[in-house]
Design a protein around this ligand. Structure first.
Ligand code: FAD
Ligand code: SIN
Length: 548
């Protein structure tokens, strides 16, 4: 077992402390030493804010086949059916494991209380009232803290993965894959960049909602893992499929707080300010149509009316029930002066989930040796062109287990415990330009044009405009990064600009409308030419192309 407090050498390095990273940590800690690095406090993650719940086949009127069919239908032709089957079939056991580590799901008498969300043909969403993510995150952190060989490094942000690119005079043998030996990590409090070396590394860095001006995601969601993997040479795919949640709170102090889809699942009605409902004009399933349909319907109604928001009405539901079922949403809205038992809730769509990500196989292996990825950062083939509600917590926990199983085999078969001579973090050529204002300006500019030009409804000309802007910004930000001391803000900005560029490039490549990607210049689905993933990777040389 590798263990070195001084040099940060461990058997397993996990980047991210959401459901994916923590679930994997629990499994692999049975094999060796584990370091989890996380860029803020350990619970700060998308996981912590999940409301609706986690989907699995848990009732007698449901079946794997139905859950698989619902997932494939939402994915609009791009899911990998083998992956969907594997994840759905793992579902019930995953829920039992979560209960075993202490997750207290809401119960109705002697059974789990199951919620309903858009696109699901059955009630199959296990939840802890409307605070499911917090309940899961807290239980996982408690379990992780009880393991002696897991160490959590808070306020540590990964800068880049360590691969052959960082070695001096390294001769890659013909056919040898790109390898990962850990990551360079900024200790935010000390301001130093340290090497974290590991035999196996897991990327569990979550999503990228913060690339958009309006998002349900917390600050940490800046696409860091995706950008790091891309820079290191891994394939990334399907990044045009950004899921916009139809109902985030519209309020100056609301900061895009999510109003869970389960509110519609319990009978919430979408209304215009006149009180007229409108979902019946868009889909037979009305409020419970798939998310992309509901988000586009709201977008269309807002464009027609010029209003700033639509409304979600649950005032017809029993007050006691609302308080018991949605204590979090009730409390947050009340604090802003909205009593959801009496008032309609003002809502707008907001960026919510990244369906694409770092390409993995069924074992969560990426193209890079010793590098695994799971959770929102990964593109496993589960979600295709549109994710079914509450399938992401399920996918994250299931793939964390698949990754742990594959890592065990790798760990036990690989007796090569030597690391090459990996250089310390280099500050050569770095001087402080004292132009730090660039960072906040560039971040806001990217968020604003991603929202306006690469949002729910796209067009060729808007995407071209966005491409022209991001190309300039990416170049400027990359230059800034190389010339200035590395800071938390610079790391995030570099990743935000890289991921924005990848999203725009993917959206321009797909010349059709499918799932979450709607381009009004190609309003139809084109199965003949586009029933395939949009794959991007950075090619340094013909040699590297062959290695991937
Ligand atoms: P996260 O939980 O986001 O964790 C990522 C971790 O990586 C964080 O700890 C972060 O700090 C860390 N990190 C990131 N970059 C770095 C770096 N450079 N260095 C170090 N650490 C880093 N899904 C469902 O299935 N059901 C739901 O009900 C549901 N509700 C949701 C509600 C909201 C408001 C949101 C935002 C999402 C919701 N989702 C839901 C989606 C789901 O929560 C996420 O997809 C899932 O939690 C992702 O888990 P993860 O472990 O991959 O990433
Ligand atoms: C929600 O509660 O509406 C979020 C569910 C999800 O994103 O899966």
């Amino acid at each position: 077992m590798f263990h070195s407090a001084q040099h940060n050498i461990t058997d397993f390095l996990i980047i991210g402390s959401g459901i994916a990273g923590l679930s994997y940590a629990l499994k692999v800690s049975e094999l060796g030493s584990v370091a989890i690095i996380t860029k803020k406090k350990n619970s700060e993650s998308n996981t912590n804010y999940a409301q609706g719940g986690i989907a699995a086949v848990l009732s007698t009127d449901d079946s794997f086949e139905l859950h698989i069919q619902d997932t494939l239908k939402a994915g609009d032709g791009l899911c990998n059916p083998e992956v969907v089957k594997k994840v759905v079939e793992a579902g019930p056991a995953e829920i039992q494991e979560l209960i075993k580590i202490g997750v207290n799901f809401t119960r109705a008498k002697d059974k789990l209380d199951l919620g309903r969300e858009g696109g699901h043909s059955r009630k199959r969403v296990a939840h802890a009232a409307d605070l499911t993510g917090k309940e899961i995150e807290n239980a996982l952190i408690r379990a992780v803290k009880s393991r002696k060989n897991i160490k959590i490094y808070e306020d540590h942000i990964a800068v880049d993965l360590i691969t052959q690119h960082h070695l001096q005079n390294y001769q890659r043998k013909p056919g040898e894959k790109i390898k990962c030996w850990g990551a360079y990590v900024l200790d935010v409090k000390k301001g130093t960049v340290d090497k974290f070396l590991s035999r196996i590394t897991l990327l569990a860095t979550g999503g990228a909602g913060r690339i958009y001006q309006h998002t349900t995601n917390p600050d940490i969601a800046t696409g860091d893992g995706l950008a790091m993997a891309y820079r290191a040479g891994a394939r990334v795919a399907n990044l045009e499929f950004i899921q916009f949640h139809p109902t985030s709170l519209f309020h100056p102090q609301g900061d895009s707080f999510l109003i869970s889809e389960t509110v519609r699942g319990e009978g919430g009605k979408l209304k215009l300010k006149s009180g007229k409902t409108f979902m019946e004009n868009y889909h037979p399933q009305k409020e419970l149509a798939p998310r992309d349909v509901v988000a586009r319907a709201i977008d269309a109604e807002l464009k027609k009316s010029g209003d700033s928001c639509v409304y979600l009405d649950i005032t017809h539901l029993d007050k006691e029930f609302i308080l018991r079922r949605f204590p979090n949403i009730f409390g947050r809205c009340l604090a802003l002066g909205i009593d959801i038992t009496r008032d309609w809730i003002p809502v707008v769509p907001a960026a919510h989930y990244m369906c694409g990500g770092v390409v993995t196989n069924l074992e969560a292996e990426t193209d890079i040796e010793n590098l695994y990825a799971c959770g929102e950062v990964a593109m496993t083939g589960m979600h295709g062109a549109n994710r079914l509600a509450s399938n992401s917590l399920l996918e994250a926990v299931a793939f964390a287990n698949f990754a742990a199983e594959a890592s065990r085999k790798k760990f036990e078969s690989n007796q090569d415990h030597e690391f090459p001579r990996i250089p310390e973090w280099s500050t050569k050529g770095v001087f402080d330009q004292k132009e730090w204002v660039i960072i906040s300006h560039a971040r806001q500019e990217i968020q604003s044009f991603m929202w306006n030009l690469v949002g729910i409804v796209r067009s060729n000309s808007r995407l071209e405009m966005a491409k022209a802007r991001i190309d300039i910004l990416l170049k400027e930000i990359t230059e800034f990064y190389h010339k200035n001391p590395v800071t938390y803000e610079v790391i995030e900005l570099r990743n935000i600009s890289q991921v924005a560029e990848l999203i725009i490039r993917s959206a321009l490549l797909r010349k059709e409308s499918r799932g979450l990607h709607y381009n009004q210049d190609y309003p139809k689905k084109d199965d003949q030419n586009w029933k395939k993933d949009t794959v991007l990777f950075e090619v340094e040389s013909e040699e590297q192309k062959e290695l991937i």
